[in-house]
Design a binder for this molecule. Structure first.
Ligand code: F6P
Length: 323
């Protein structure tokens, strides 16, 4: 194999740049030529390739986002879109593709590999909802952003005796909310895998005050049925009966743009290297991830057909620590 391409796809995740850098430098190390694809699968279909050398990936690691650009690409869901992508890669002499991205992006990788094109995925999303890896690139940074917000909000919550709701991103996965809740000392955490209703959250707030706390903070995953907006509607309607004021902060996209933490830079560097090593061994149709602190590959078929389970021990830890 001579020429490989790399793209970033889906929601940007802090650490993607470090992963591209590792792909380029390891690729050159093992004798490949590496091409970057601009704007994810959309750029693949449009043939937006450019060669990447060692100096092209200097001074990128410390930035969030992705210097190659990313996109959510509807056309790639169609067979015709993927056929066009393969035709573009063949035209440019590209023999394998590395896809740095999350769930939707790796579903695209799997579909492409099913059509006979060699693809290796790199697990990257702030949601940490991908099977085949303990952690994904970007989730540590996103959690640290949430944590900083929680720490600040607790100061205000304590000063006013107020209750706060903090909504974190993560789609249908509660990992970011759960870890932020544990590390931030939340009184209650509600996640899609273990949902709480408004009455239960109100009750948890009340119990926190009864135990002598001067604040009460709930971390709510955006994918919970009762997200922050719905909970606020409830608390406004029941202001008199609950007896305390509640404020909500929806973190949203601020969780994605931060400078990657050391953990994310290291993870991205290891997984980027792992993707090239997998191709050099002749592996394809796999995802590069981290399990038990080892870089491993898992068939994309397994990755896209397996739901990542909630860590029940962490959920229990969050409950115990909140009391
Ligand atoms: O998948 C990453 C993520 O940030 C999710 O947590 C969130 O639900 C979604 O992307 C937001 O998507 P968009 O950036 O397209 O609005």
């Amino acid at each position: 194999m001579k020429r490989v391409a790399v793209l970033t796809s889906g929601g940007d995740a802090p650490g993607m740049n470090a992963a591209i850098r590792a792909v380029v430098r390891t690729g050159l190390e093992v004798g490949f030529e590496v091409y970057g694809v601009e704007n994810g699968y959309a750029g693949l279909i449009a043939g937006q390739f450019r060669p990447l050398g060692r100096r092209d990936v200097s001074e990128v690691m410390q930035w969030g986002g992705t210097f190659l650009g990313s996109a959510r690409c509807e056309a790639f869901y169609e067979v015709s879109g993927r056929q066009e992508a393969i035709a573009q890669m063949e035209k440019h002499g590209i023999e394998a593709l590395i896809v740095i991205g999350g769930n939707g992006s790796q579903t695209g990788s799997y579909a492409l590999s099913q059509m006979g094109f060699p693809v290796v995925g790199v697990a990257s999303t702030i949601d940490n909802d991908l099977a085949g890896t303990d952690v994904t690139i970007g989730v540590d940074t996103a959690i640290n952003v949430a944590l900083e917000a929680i720490d600040r909000l607790k100061v205000t919550a304590s000063s006013h005796g107020r209750a706060f709701l903090v909504e974190t991103m993560g789609r249908k996965c509660g990992y970011v909310a759960l870890i932020s809740g544990i590390a931030g000392g939340a009184e209650v955490v509600s996640i899609p895998e273990a949902e709480l209703g408004p009455e239960e959250i109100a009750q948890a707030f009340r119990e926190a005050y009864d135990r002598g706390k001067n604040h009460a903070l709930a971390v709510i995953a955006e994918g919970a049925t009762y997200n922050a907006l719905k909970l606020m509607a409830y608390f406004e309607e029941h202001r008199e009966s609950t007896g305390f004021a509640v404020r909500a902060t929806i973190l949203g996209h601020v969780q994605r743009g931060a400078a990657p933490t050391a953990a994310d830079r290291l993870l991205a560097t290891r997984l980027g290297e792992g993707a090239i090593r997998a191709l050099a061994r002749g592996e394809a149709g796999v995802l590069t991830g981290l399990r038990g602190n080892h870089v491993v590959t898992t068939p994309l078929e397994e990755v896209v057909n397996t739901a990542k389970p909630l860590d029940a021990e962490l959920a229990e830890l969050a409950r115990i620590m909140a009391i």
